[in-house]
Write a protein that binds this ligand. Sequence first.
Ligand code: GCO
Ligand code: MN
Ligand code: MN
Length: 413
Amino acid sequence: MKESTLRKDQQELVGRLMSTCGGSYPPEIRRKFFISGPQWAAAYQGQALFHAPTRTPLQPAEVIERLAEIGIGWWTTHDTDIIPTDQLMTDRQDQILEGIRKALERNGVACSMVTGETFYHPVWAASPAGEQPEVRSYARQRLENVVEIGHRLGAQFLVYWPGTLGYQFQGVVEETRMLKRYAEEINAACEKDLAVARSMAISPMRHCLEAKPFEPQAELILPTTDAMLTFINSGMLKHPEMVGVNPEYLHELMWGSAPRAALARALVAGKLWHFDVNDGYRLKHDVDLAVGLVNPLDWLNVLILLRAHGYNGPFNLDYKPPRTTSNYGVFQVSFPSAVDRFITLWEIAGEAISDPVINEATKALEAGAAPAESADANAIFEANKELWTLHELIGHRLVQILLGLNRGRAFSV
Ligand code: GCO
Ligand code: MN
Ligand code: MN
């Protein structure tokens, strides 16, 4: 069979099986959610240290068009996903941005977030906050330029994953100095934002820090969202009120944390502004799988927490379509299934929040069974012993809801 016929047959097979999978939503429904599609996720070619690319490159205008067709209403990008490093901060940058602005407008897609690449180019080999003043000055210019790009494209959020902020060899870098230098760079971005916002008579953006625990340095200075929160409150930032966090689900899972607890700590600090949604495995590398493909029950609980707290920031689909998915599959299978999985889990979370069984059990647990001021440990235990069985019952009920068993789904055996 000719290669092109074979490919067409295979695409038809994928399309037919995908529509048989069920659980998909029309683009109008998908657009109701603040879900953003990253340029770098769509254009990821499947390459890494140990493997070659499996997909051909994609241009931003095409990604924007495909996301619009699917019903993903927001788009996010790194500076270098759209502008080659040597064309940043030149007239060519302006032309490229103008083209992108038009593509966004044409497709009814908005840019919600721009992020700076401080990990890939060789200039960041010794970190963006190393000893050389020229590296730091260049890093500052890059972050200030990200602010410009953000305003130009109408973004409300900026994200900084510090990338190589860390070291390979102990004792070479003095950690407090590196932190201070990094703070100066974030300060420069905030000041730039305030100046641009003032001159355009618009609001400044929200600057969100993202942590990743194990790469791309052997040791990182800010490896977790908690570290980022401490950094924001360290006294080194001039505008801590402008800086929040962008936790990534998998990055918290990777170091062994409970992502839901990490999110809760950011929520109570009033700093949960942006959220990278994906999935993967505990204590492993950054596989960036699509949301809900590995840990749907944990994801359900994450969304119950966020819904209960009225989180209204973006859900950024920061995952990598796997190497085994083709260019065709990225937009036929990968993105639609990621969006739809998210929406389904979001809706199930709503169901769990209003579930009468969980609500009655929670109320009973909160009422307690012993006199409020009792000083008798044994009596308190005896009074609550039967009540505490409800913990397991709630856990069981959540799984029932996730699997649809509460709605009568059953198997005959
Ligand atoms: C990762 C990182 C990145 C960042 C992005 C934004 O998983 O490798 O999360 O995808 O989110 O670089 O700055
Ligand atoms: Mn991320
Ligand atoms: Mn990741």
